[in-house]
Design a protein around this ligand. Structure first.
Ligand code: SAH
Ligand code: SF4
Ligand code: F3S
Length: 446
């Protein structure tokens, strides 16, 4: 049996795509493998969001060149595929830079992998045209899933933040139909999935065709999904503040399956910087949004993305970001140094912030966010929370799962609890995980 190795970089959408590529090859008779040295096809599903992420691909390709040579000596042909957002952004340039690569395929074209691999027997191929057909209509059924799963409901972005490559690598915003999503979700749940995270670059701009021919919003879609028997939890990510409509805010108080967690990137707390970023919202507009969400769901865990050192960012403007973080209080967050990306408007700016200043600001921001995260985790100690058990834990007799706030928990319970909700008393907060004990005898004995 032929074997395929798929490695994914970047966001959840790329992780979803990687799983679907494995499905496409699975339907062609390839078994998935975690051992790159035994693979007949190696797929790197790349990310272009920051320079570091994009550069990783080329160091990886250097290693694969050696591996491919060794495999060839042993009489094996290894096909090397570069997929994902670097593939979309750089296309044929990748073939020019690396002689190891056989196939370059963009995020909207990977349903054609079997054909591309066949064609690559005679010559190296690039497929990054945005296709007229919808890849989702051409993907085989999903094979691999556990207790939790991602489900792409929307792709692409029309927002054009000045720093960001996504509108170019993923193309315009497109929503899948309610029917297609329900069909995929139904199969996932039938296969044992209990929590679905709806994903999209701008998931709250979702406006897919509903079954009555109108357009469904994200909350309308969630109302359909919550009816699936066996589905216990719903999440969604990632959202843009300007698409947080009244109905979506209300949904946080009205849909029991929707978990009290919101990842809502703000990027900066400075109105001048936000304007230069083309974010089209202010720091105060973000504060007001959060206030309204907290009104319907006071216990919601908040998460965000931040960029420090955007061109022209002054010390005072950076302090505005720190002030916003202090005002709001986040349970978790991602923060990055601004990375200039070819082809984006911000890359034209002349007033770059020195690297040393960026590093200083990032350390200060991450220090503050870490303190907030630790405080949030510590507040869970002593409470009883419902944990969705996902897998065996680190030690024998333990299982691991997540709280509604997406915090990982380890506790002693039989493996039979996997896929169920167990009330757990949290006894200790470690640096990456909470530790607890099953809070009911019934669960402990289950
Ligand atoms: N679609 C998502 C974000 C996609 S990228 C959204 O709009 O929220 C994830 C995060 O990477 C962004 O929120 C931003 O904080 C960061 N990012 C994007 N481009 C970047 C760049 N050029 N430099 C540094 N960070 C960047
Ligand atoms: Fe990028 Fe902005 Fe679109 Fe998010 S909203 S994907 S940051 S352009
Ligand atoms: Fe990266 Fe593409 Fe996702 S650039 S963050 S993999 S959409």
């Amino acid at each position: 049996m032929k074997k395929a190795f798929v490695k994914s970089y970047g966001c959840q959408m790329n992780a979803y795509d990687a799983a679907r590529m494995a499905d496409v090859l699975g339907a062609e008779g390839y078994a998935a493998t975690d051992a790159v040295e035994e693979a007949d096809v190696v797929i790197l599903n790349t990310c272009h969001i920051r320079e570091k992420a994009a550069d990783k691909v080329y160091s990886e390709l250097g290693r694969l060149r050696v591996l491919k040579g060794e495999r060839a000596e042993a009489g094996h042909d290894t096909k090397i595929v570069v997929a994902g957002c670097v593939a979309q952004a750089e296309g044929a340039e990748i073939l020019a830079r690396s002689s190891t690569v056989d196939v370059v395929v963009g995020p909207q074209n990977y349903h054609r992998l079997p054909d591309l691999l066949a064609r690559s027997r005679t010559k190296r191929v690039v497929d990054t045209e945005f296709p007229v057909e919808d890849k989702f209509d051409h993907l085989p059924a999903r094979r691999t899933h556990g207790v939790t799963a991602f489900l792409t409901v929307q792709e692409g972005c029309d927002k054009f933040c000045a720093f960001c490559v996504v509108p170019y690598t993923r193309g315009a915003e497109v929503s899948r139909s309610v029917e297609a999503i329900l069909a995929e979700a139904g199969k996932l749940v039938a296969g044992g999935v209990r929590e679905i995270t709806l994903i999209g670059q701008n998931v709250n701009a979702y406006h897919g065709l509903s079954r009555d021919g109108a357009n469904a919003t994200l909350p309308a879609l969630m109302r359909e999904l919550e009816r699936l028997p066996g589905l216990l939890r719903l999440r969604y990510t990632t959202s843009h503040p300007n698409d947080m409509g009244d109905d979506l805010i209300a949904a946080h108080g009205a849909i029991p399956a929707l978990m009290p967690y919101l990842h809502l990137p703000v990027q900066s707390g400075s109105d001048r910087v936000l304007k230069a970023m083309n974010r089209k919202h202010t720091g105060d507009a973000y504060r007001r949004l959060i206030e309204r969400v907290r009104l319907v769901r006071p216990d919601i865990a908040l998460s965000s993305d931040f960029i420090v050192g955007f061109p022209g960012e002054t010390d005072a403007e950076f302090e505005d970001t720190m002030r916003l973080v202090r005002d709001i209080g986040f349970a978790s967050a991602f923060s990055f140094k601004y990375s200039s990306r070819p082809g984006t408007p911000a890359a034209e700016s002349a007033d770059a912030v020195p690297e040393a200043v960026k590093s200083e600001r990032l350390a200060a921001l991450q220090g503050l966010l870490d303190d907030q995260r630790h405080a949030f985790n510590a507040a869970a100690v002593g409470t009883v929370v419902e944990v969705l058990v996902e897998k065996a834990g680190r030690h024998p007799g333990q299982v691991a799962g997540k709280t509604p706030h997406l915090l990982p928990v380890q506790f002693d319970a039989p493996a039979a609890t996997i896929g169920t909700l167990v009330p757990v008393r949290i006894v200790r907060a470690g640096s990456n995980s909470l530790f607890g004990e099953a809070a009911t005898d019934a669960a402990a004995a289950a």
